[in-house]
Design a protein around this ligand. Sequence first.
Ligand code: GAL
Length: 414
Amino acid sequence: MKSLKHCIAAALLAGTSSMAQAADLEVTHWWTSGGEAAAVKVLADNFNKTGHNWKDSAIAGGGNARPVIISRISGGDPMGATQLNSGRDAEELVQAGFMTDLTELAEKEGWKDIVRPSKLLDSCTYEGKIFCVPVNIHSFQWMWLNRSVFTDNGMEVPKSWDEMTAMQDKLKEKNIIPLALGGEPWQISGLAGVLTVALGGVELHTKINVEKSVEAAESEIMTRVFEALGNARSMVDPGNVGRAWNTATNMVITGKAASQIMGDWAQGEFAVAGQVAGKDYDCLPGLGINPVLDTGGDSFFFPKPKGDNAEEIVKAQLAMASMLMSKQVQVDFNLKKGSLPIRGDIDMSAANDCMQKGIKILEKPENILPSSEQVWSPDTQGQFEDLWVEFFSSPEMKVADAQARFVNIIKTAD
Ligand code: GAL
């Protein structure tokens, strides 16, 4: 079998010729909600226009999909391409050499000059080579509010988390759930992270997530974050356990619930439901307290192919990588996904009010935080998730005890 370098070189040369053989690429991802599926369709349709075939292989739920994807690649059963979170999800696979090197294509297309913020490519770079394509910027730091739930009941639409929490009793009197929640570990952990930024600002987030400061982890302000998460228990309904995030979003869309703290992928659900930002729903970046965003989001990786048609598969992988980075796909895909584009040189005037708020925030580097997937190893993330889930689901658990465990995780976090 020819060396993979030879395959990539041949692929780059042949990629421009009309002689390129059509290849089927199995694509794994966890985008199964209404909004996510609409976004996937944009990618599939655009990939099929290259002459290759997108073979969809969706696995619902990031928590289910991630381990399946990683074990398939490390176990010698690679898919053609896969979505994963931008960050350290695939770190060990990249370092072990399981992924197709995209460096030549990236240099040919000038990705380093195109991608903004440029650190999005850092998560794809190992030993100076590029092994993934960032496709969007998603941030967890958003709160979504159904406007008519408030206006129909003589209430002002809250402009901040504090105003929202002050209205919870009045909402309950109207049989409206103040805060819709999916009680999955990543959702509760995400809620805790958003409260950390909202209450402690960029400073607390940075001290904990970048400097791994024990002093910050045991600080009084972090105590307030634990207390706020504890207080949020009274804002959610008992049926939240195990609920999917998009089911919770639908509770806000239908007015069963007043609000949800969730990443901006929730926008795809409002869009599919025909709801308009600023008219049917409002959005509060940073919970209306600290309007900053994290550069979470998604990247596509291309596991090295096995078998006789490796050369065709690599050509198709490079064609997909180029498609994902292209201007029109970046616009069309992100408008459906509710995420922000990874390019700063495209026309996003079609973006709705909420996306425009996000784009404005992204213009200032000081407003941009690394996401938990970019900072923590999957193992450390799992430890945080376990702690937040146990604390949130155990009203009898003392804040001091939970915070002490948090400090211990920080001490050994990687
Ligand atoms: C995130 C992913 C988003 C969205 C969300 C809910 O990890 O980055 O694209 O799909 O999961 O499924």
